[in-house]
Design a protein around this ligand. Sequence first.
Ligand code: GLY
Length: 366
Amino acid sequence: MNRVKVDLDGSSYPIIIEANSLSSTGKVIRERVGQKKGVIITDENVDRLYGPALEDTLENEGLRFTKLVVQPGEASKSLSTAERLYKELAELQLHRDSVVLAFGGGVIGDLAGFVGSTFLRGLPVVQIPTTLLAQVDSSVGGKTAVNLSRGKNLVGTFHQPEMVVMDPVVLETLSSEDVRSGLGEVLKYGLVWDENFFWKAVDNIELFENVENGAGLESLISRCCEIKAEVVGRDELDRGIRQILNFGHTIGHGIEAGSGYGELRHGEAVIWGMIGDIWISQDRGYLAEETFSRILGGLTRLSLPSLPDDLTGTELLEYITRDKKVRGGVINSVLLREPGEKVDVEQVSEAELKDAWEFLTGLEVN
Ligand code: GLY
């Protein structure tokens, strides 16, 4: 079992990472939040695979939770789904003390976190992430959101969970695309915070890619959570250093939007975005060519997803400039000067982004 603390002024909380722990999750929840009632918000896929195990452990602890199930996929991260959930919470007569369990991947974590943070001006939320991306990134740090038709995550809150509790063994049922998506975020931590960890994760790519042994991932996932906890502890509200976690996300968000959200998973697009960011870093002379090639070699140990083949550089730029992080037409990206050491958010030009796109589209996909 690994335990990581997210240390914040006034709202510190634990992240518990333990293989084969799903069937005893009820106990850790009861120990942390007490004998509360509340809801489990999950999706149909997670419910089919793991819903009964979570319900059993809660029941064994005498916790009364009602399950609310939404459809899987990004479309559920909407105000209309949130409204449906608010109505159900109201009908269940939840009160300020009731608890929301967010049981699923990134969509569920963001949606349930958003609903939990706004219903009755905020209920306690426990995150129980079930995808690699959610375990290493989105369940930690308190960002919640729903999408608007104009873009992703345009409405949201910061609402730190009471705790995050995860079982890496549930990753064994993920699709290879979902694993690769999570791996994008895993490798990101190495490049922005801990270069040794980057190479350790690269050396363990096969362990990740064939997750027949989720337990074997416990310590790698814990290291990601430690880094995320450290960064969030220094900048909870994303006004400074937390923004380095957007490494690969400027081009990545453009690719995601340009592929109509669905063709590529978030973390898959981020892998391409990271290659774009290191390309700009070496083009500016921040990274030596040799370092650039070494990192590129590490990133391409992953079998890269195909890029949307009809997306032009001009279209990509349009999608990038629509992103919520672009303020007053200034496009920022996260550039590396020393992997894992010297990383800065810097303004990038349209020409640099177009050149980076040309580089990406010319790369051989393995
Ligand atoms: N996913 C980046 C962050 O939480 O800041």
